[in-house]
Write a protein that binds this ligand. Structure first.
Ligand code: F6R
Length: 261
């Protein structure tokens, strides 16, 4: 795992978009794993800009989203289907037949989970997976305590995640309690991972994931085991890392800002 410290959210987002764009130019039919949430929005904006201004071509790309709420139709403005359309899909040239978001409204949700795993296998596996991190250390909807070898399945959201996500709904009661999520084992099979974190709210989870023990109670800590994982953080999300780690990342004692003379 490589930790990359960037000054601002915009720098973090640009860095991530540059990695995606570089991989895409190298492999135009890449399989790209996508995340929702507020963290990757800046990266999506940058990818859209690259598509419009630089002709970055997504026409042969296959995508798999990490998760979806159970019980929300794709037309619901808080469903992840809707979110992805607004944030990315409507603005780039993806082929809709190659876009996958778990179907939260499927009558047999368990069958959908198995089908999702099968589709990922048929596509040749995920080349690059984008991840955010929950303030409790979750990745996708793999909450603390999730098996580190888990596959795509239904999960119950924790109170903390429901509280964190309530900001997007009219009230907390409207937040679904169940979601379909790729498993941690599924995520770890991706060829490369980009895990993004910005803001003070993520600082504890970043510290525990980067410096703490690998444990199911901090699902993002498993990323330490991935050979090609880029943990890209902004300064506020990195603010609780140990002085040694900050010095390692910045090349400056205690990660102090460079002195300008
Ligand atoms: C979303 C997802 C979640 C989010 C996490 C952070 O697809 O998998 O794990 O990445 O909850 O959410 P934000 O970015 O809104 O802080």
């Amino acid at each position: 795992m490589l930790v990359m410290l960037r000054s601002t959210y915009e720098d973090m987002s640009r860095e991530a978009a540059n990695i995606v764009a570089e991989r895409l130019r190298r492999k135009p039919d890449m399989v790209l794993g996508l995340a929702t949430g507020s963290t990757p929005l800046g990266m999506y904006r940058e990818l859209i800009r690259m598509h419009i201004e630089e002709g970055l071509d997504f026409s042969k790309v296959t995508t798999f989203n990490l998760d979806e709420y159970v019980g929300l139709p794709p037309s619901h403005d808080q469903s992840y289907h809707y979110f992805m359309k607004e944030a990315l899909f409507d603005h780039i040239n993806l082929n809709p037949s190659r876009v996958h978001v778990p179907m939260g409204m499927a009558p047999d949700v368990e069958a959908i989970c198995e089908w999702y795993e099968e589709r990922i296998r048929q596509a040749g596996g995920i080349d690059l997976q984008i991840l955010g991190i929950g303030s409790n250390g979750h990745i996708a909807f793999n909450e603390p305590g999730s098996s580190l070898g888990s596959r795509t399945r239904i999960k119950t959201l924790t109170e903390r995640t429901i509280r964190d996500n309530a900001r997007f709904f009219a009230n907390k009661e409207e937040v679904p309690h169940l979601a379909i999520t790729m498993g941690i084992g599924t995520i770890m099979e991706a060829g490369e991972l980009i895990i993004l974190a910005n803001g003070e709210k993520k600082a504890d989870a970043v510290k525990a994931s980067v410096e703490g023990p690998i444990t199911a109670m901090m699902p993002a800590s498993i990323v330490q085991m991935h050979r090609k994982a880029y943990f890209i953080v902004d300064e506020t999300a990195a603010s609780k890392l140990s002085p040694d780690m900050l010095e390692e990342l910045t090349g400056r004692p205690n990660g102090q800002p460079a002195m300008h003379s």
